[in-house]
Design a protein around this ligand. Structure first.
Ligand SMILES: Nc1ncnc2c1ncn2[C@@H]1O[C@H](COP(=O)(O)OP(=O)(O)OP(=O)(O)O)[C@@H](O)[C@H]1O
Ligand SMILES: [Mg+2]
Length: 254
């Protein structure tokens, strides 16, 4: 199963979700590959303290025909969790892809044959450019983090129309598997009001588990540790454990 985490709105918790859901799924014994397709490379920075170990990145995977998936995969501190690191050269890779006839299929061609993982999770940048299109073309499903703030659903329509265009033209199986409410502040009435609104709009597809605002989730990337290693008993880690279990329940028949 290949799942893209996408929302073209910036700072809504895409990377937090991609990293910590991946880590918790790995902790539950699933074999996970996280692909960082964002030029900001936040997921890579989050998980890999030793940047000097990084030689090849997802940019090389996209650009060079010779580079195979196994050439760019690195281990992380968590058993069962591997990562394809991102790099700012993804910006240049994106421009280069524009001249390629099969530009949407670059990532798909490189990852479709691997049988090494139960789930491949792709973190994407806050835009709907060629990198996100490559992720959506290669994926079975999409997870959409929705920040429980005002304007939360702003722009999700644009993501939906991109997904629908890709579904029609390139990848008929692609679909949103779930919306995940992020940065939920239970002391703030706005969060529950936004939750109601989002549940009304997207119905059953909004996952039951929401991710709270939690200071340990803000701190974890500073220490380059997923929250399960940084602060296992925090509310953030607890929420991600519940989210990982709910995620697996969505796939129990596959
Ligand atoms: N639940 C949370 N509680 C507290 N802080 C959070 C939470 N989720 C994310 N953050 C912090 O908020 C900031 C934005 O989150 P994140 O980087 O995951 O968003 P993003 O959607 O990936 O951003 P971008 O669009 O730039 O890729 C980060 O500093 C992150 O550590
Ligand atoms: Mg991000």
């Amino acid at each position: 199963m290949i799942i893209t985490v996408a929302n073209q709105k910036g700072g809504v918790g895409k990377t937090d979700l991609a990293v910590n859901l991946s880590s918790h799924l790995a902790f539950l014994g699933k074999k996970i590959l996280l692909i960082d397709l964002d030029p900001q490379a936040n997921a890579t920075d989050y998980l890999l303290p030793e940047k000097n170990k990084i030689k090849k990145t997802s940019a090389d995977l996209l650009i060079s025909d010779k580079i195979r998936l196994q050439d760019v995969v690195l281990e992380t501190q968590i058993k069962n969790l591997h990562i394809v690191p991102g790099h700012h050269s993804l910006n240049a890779a994106q421009v280069e892809l524009m001249n390629d006839v099969g530009m949407q299929f670059r990532l798909k061609r490189k990852i479709r044959k691997t049988k090494s993982y139960d789930y491949i999770i792709i973190d994407t940048p806050p835009s709907l450019g060629m990198l996100t299109v490559n992720a959506l073309t290669a994926s079975d499903h999409v997870l959409v983090p929705v920040q429980t703030h005002y304007f939360a659903t702003d722009g999700v329509e644009k993501l939906m129309s991109t997904i629908n265009a890709i579904k029609k033209e390139i990848n008929p199986k692609i679909d949103v598997k779930g919306y995940v409410l992020t940065m939920y502040d239970k002391r703030n009435k706005l969060s529950s009001a936004i939750e109601k609104l989002v549940r009304k709009k997207f119905g059953e597809k909004v996952l039951k588990t929401h991710i709270p605002v939690n200071v340990e989730l803000t701190k974890a990337p500073i220490y380059h540790k997923p929250v399960i290693l940084h602060s296992k008993s925090s509310r953030g880690a607890y929420a991600y454990m519940n989210l990982a279990k709910e995620f697996l329940s969505l796939y129990k028949d596959n």
